[in-house]
Design a protein around this ligand. Structure first.
Ligand SMILES: NC(=O)c1ccc[n+]([C@@H]2O[C@H](COP(=O)([O-])OP(=O)(O)OC[C@H]3O[C@@H](n4cnc5c(N)ncnc54)[C@H](OP(=O)(O)O)[C@@H]3O)[C@@H](O)[C@H]2O)c1
Length: 285
């Protein structure tokens, strides 16, 4: 199995880390334990993670500032991927923010809070519907982001929470290096999109790889994990790594033990019977 994939111009280890869980409850406000959050970030990089997913709207500003405090000056091989297109309301509401002014402000906020002169990859996070991807043209916000790239503030552009039609629309406007959508063992609506992106050498970054706020639970998953002497979460990650070489999971955790466990999932080889049993799980979606 390939252990690296090119994200924009940079090779990254396929198993990355999602920083969202480092903010406070509801991804709002500071973490319960500031030093523990810094320690998880440092442990991730020390263990070989070189792809970290973040956003300035986590907290807001919290995870970016933690990343900067823990890891700046950044190792040369570290790729920080951020997202713009949303903002937080009072009380933590997730609100769209995709006007040209919103997007420009978000890029500058990310640059300042991460301590960077240029952002390696910025995902345009679409929020037409709070429940998931919804159709509609993304040309206007994408053109703004492409302008920020042309101005030298952003190197590469990705998309998040998008439909297949929006990916096609975007690819006709500018180069897209990754797509970050909800996908995991039991949530496979993007199967065809994963394959289409793989054919184009574009990374697919599944968010909620472990089920997100309701971690995956399945008797089949637990049974497969038991036969392999692994944990269910490790098997869920191993299945994603097996599914397609362009899949770059970004499991989130605030626990050093879970971080170690998740990173070790990259070493698990799934036998054919395990893959067949896990593939069958999507039927119950
Ligand atoms: N583009 C988007 O719209 C979008 C949306 C959501 C998320 N994201 C990104 O995707 C990343 C991943 O999503 P996520 O963090 O929400 O969900 P996730 O990775 O699917 O699951 C995280 C949850 O699983 C738990 N967990 C992690 N490792 C575990 C293990 N080994 N054993 C048991 N429980 C474990 C975590 O709790 P502990 O802290 O206790 O380990 C946390 O509750 C985020 O960090 C964020 O960067 C993007």
């Amino acid at each position: 199995m390939n252990t690296t994939f090119s994200l924009g111009a940079r090779p990254v280890s396929r198993l990355g880390y999602g920083a969202m869980q480092l903010a406070g409850p509801g991804v709002f406000g500071p973490p319960r334990d500031h030093n523990a959050a810094l320690a998880v970030l440092r442990a991730a990089v020390a263990a070989g993670v070189n792809h970290i997913d973040t956003s300035d709207y986590y907290g807001p500003h919290v995870t970016n500032r933690l990343i900067r405090e823990a890891l700046h000056p950044y190792p040369d091989d570290l790729v920080l991927v951020t997202k713009i297109g949303a903002r937080r309301g009072r009380g933590g509401a997730w609100l769209p923010a995709r006007s040209a002014g919103d997007l420009r402000r978000a890029v500058h906020d990310n640059l300042r809070n991460l301590g960077l002169d240029v952002l390696e990859v910025v995902n345009l996070r679409i929020m037409f519907d709070s429940h998931g991807p919804a159709e509609g043209s993304i040309e206007a916000p994408l053109a703004t982001l492409a302008g920020l790239r042309d101005a030298g503030l952003v190197k590469h552009i990705g998309l998040s929470n998008v439909t297949t039609a929006q990916v096609a629309e975007a690819r006709a406007i500018c180069e897209i290096v990754c797509v970050q959508n909800h996908y995991n063992l039991v949530h496979r609506g993007d199967d065809a999109l994963v394959d289409e992106l793989a054919a184009g050498g574009i990374a697919y970054v599944p968010f909620f790889p472990l089920g997100g706020f309701s971690p995956l639970q399945s008797s089949t998953l637990s049974a497969v994990a038991a036969t392999l002497g692994a944990t269910p979460m490790q098997v869920a990650l191993a299945w994603l790594l097996h599914r397609s070489a362009n899949i770059l999971p970004i499991p989130g955790t605030s626990s050093p033990d879970h971080l170690r466990e998740n990173i070790a999932a990259a070493e698990i080889a799934l036998p054919d019977e395990a893959i067949a049993a896990l593939d069958g799980l999507a039927a119950g979606e």
